[in-house]
Ligand binder design. Structure first.
Ligand code: ADP
Length: 548
């Protein structure tokens, strides 16, 4: 801008200066010409009146004249000339100025020399006797005069151009200075030209708009960061060159410390470079955990821009899936055993292959296996019901009640196994589902009887410890080996399968207990010593203030 203004100012002043110098030179020349003619005319007037009154005498007495004076008679013959011999001069009647003067009383003409470097101006005046007096002067031609002026003119021009260069620079600087000093962030506060006020107002409103948009953007970015930071799932955005553009903190914990900058190789493999425009999925392993990688293409106006990758820890789902598969296999197996026994006995009976005295034991076997089948199916139904995580209705109750009911239901079994049940039940309030608590107590006492020794004991205690309700079932039974203590809560896990079956166990009792305890928001603990006995302790959560 400075350059443009400078160029415009400089060129216009320079052109103006050049034009004015040239034009004044021309006008000077024209004026000089005009003055010259006037001077010549008055000289001619003077000479004419001199000759009219004094004749030749007047002309001869003239000395040191700057003009050439020629006296011509009415026939055109030169009678006197102050510069040449009149005898040698030809007839002048045809000369333009002379002919004109003879005709009109006055005549004027100019004649250039061949080189054009001089011009002679003539002025003729008619005399009373019909003759003509002519005054002439020779001087440099106007072009010659102008040529002589060129050098000083050039010097003047050069000085003028230099001066206009400085002036142009100063003017441009003074024009540009307020513009350079504009504060574009606060345009309305800067002092500047009135003409650019609308522009500055527009700039100010645009500044405000941009600031608003930036604020919104910042706000959204903050929101997005808060959400992605809080996500348990990892989120990675990559461009088409697999450069990580965004990665939330969960990515590092799920995939390892470098994943926030570089995409790990096993993840890259899942995002097939040739199929970046479709959804792909896969599993990678980290420290024994299964991490699912789910990659979706990101399009912007139909053009593929990158990929968003969701990183999810699916270890639990994997395990659950595995447990479910094992459970199904186990269920089939467990159902098959009693069924095969029923079918085998029934077949033998049907084909009369059993002796009369043995028949009773076969009927008994069928009865026992059917009962076992029923218990198994009951347990499976109960467990699947618990698996569905239904909302169990919770009521305030005395923990003593379901435990007492369970003891009563198992008294016959205890007698059968020659096991003594000893209960110490204190009034203890809990808020839970009655059926679930009953099942916990029933299964724990049932196991304590079944895995006991004849003449053994089962102690059942209900009490409050530090505001929490505690149910403790301890037996003097066979105990559980240390390596089996964590596994006994798994479905169908049994330390001794035949012992379990013989006593009517399904291998699902403790799984039901574990689930029921979870549903009651409680905890279960086991202490056991092989050959000495086991103690199961269930702690129920303390009653909340609003429940009391
Ligand atoms: P089961 O129907 O076989 O009793 P559970 O799930 O109730 O199945 O128990 C799993 C296994 O844990 C049992 O097979 C048994 O080996 C062991 N167990 C459970 N309770 C006791 C206990 N009180 N004493 C010794 N072993 C026990």
């Amino acid at each position: 801008m400075f350059k443009k203004i400078f160029r415009a100012v400089f060129l216009s002043t320079a052109v103006m200066l050049v034009c004015s110098v040239v034009l004044s030179a021309i006008f000077l020349g024209i004026d000089y010409d005009h003055n010259e003619v006037n001077a010549l005319a008055s000289q001619a007037d003077l000479a004419a009146s001199g000759v009219n009154n004094g004749g030749r005498k007047y002309l001869t007495q003239l000395k040191g004249e700057n003009y050439r004076i020629t006296w011509i008679n009415s026939k055109g013959k030169v009678l006197y000339d102050n510069e040449e011999n009149p005898a040698k001069m030809g007839n002048h009647s045809k000369r333009k100025e002379v002919a004109e003067a003879m005709k009109t009383g006055e005549g004027q003409s100019e004649r250039y020399s061949t080189t054009l470097s001089t011009v002679t101006m003539y002025y003729a005046k008619k005399l009373k006797d019909g003759g003509v007096i002519r005054v002439a002067v020779t001087r440099n031609s106007i072009w010659q005069t102008i040529l002589q002026l060129v050098t000083p003119m050039l010097i003047i021009l050069l000085l003028a151009v230099v001066a206009s260069w400085f002036v142009a620079k100063k003017i441009s600087q003074s024009i540009v200075k307020p513009l350079n000093q504009l504060d574009l962030d606060q345009p309305l506060e800067s002092k500047s030209y009135e003409e650019i006020k609308p522009l500055l107002t527009r700039l100010d409103s645009q500044n405000k708009q941009i600031a608003d948009q930036m604020e919104q953007l910042h706000h959204r970015e903050k929101e997005f960061k808060t959400v992605t930071d809080a996500m348990q799932e990892g989120l990675i955005l990559i461009d088409l060159d697999n450069k990580v553009l965004l990665s939330n903190p969960a990515v590092v914990s799920l995939l390892g410390s470098k994943s926030s900058e570089v995409l790990p190789n096993d993840v890259k493999k899942i995002i097939d470079q040739d199929k970046r425009n479709v959804h792909t999925e896969g599993i990678v392993e980290r420290e024994g955990r299964n991490i699912e990688i789910s990659a979706s293409p990101i399009f912007s106006r139909g053009v593929l821009k990158g990929t968003s990758i969701l990183v999810i820890d699916v270890t639990e789902e994997y395990r659950e899936e595995q447990v479910r598969r094992e459970f199904t296999a186990n269920v089939s197996h467990e159902l098959k055993t009693p069924l095969q026994s029923i079918m085998g006995s029934a077949e033998l009976l049907e084909n009369n292959l059993v002796k009369e005295e043995d028949r009773k034991s076969f009927y008994q076997k069928i009865h026992e296996s059917s009962a076992q089948l029923l218990t198994l199916i009951d347990d499976i139904i109960r467990l699947s019901h618990l698996d569905e995580n239904p909302e169990f209705e919770e009521v305030r109750m005395n923990l003593k009640s379901p435990v007492t009911e369970a003891i009563e239901a198992l008294q016959a079994s205890a007698d059968k196994h020659d096991v003594e049940l000893k209960a110490a039940l204190a009034d203890t309030e809990i808020k839970a589902n009655f059926r679930l608590v009953y099942e916990i107590a029933y299964n724990l006492i049932d196991n304590a009887i079944r895995y006991n020794n004849p003449g053994g004991q089962v102690k059942i205690a209900v009490k409050e410890v530090r505001g929490q309700a505690v149910l403790r079932v301890s037996d003097t039974g066979i105990g559980i080996p240390i390596e089996a203590q964590t596994r006994i809560f798994e479905r169908f896990y049994r330390v001794d399968k035949s012992h379990s079956r013989k006593t009517g166990g399904t291998g699902l009792g403790l799984s039901i207990v574990k689930h029921a305890v979870q549903q009651c928001h409680g905890t279960i603990r086991l202490e056991s010593e092989l050959g000495k006995g086991s103690t199961f302790t269930v702690v129920f959560p303390a009653l909340k203030h609003e429940d009391q």
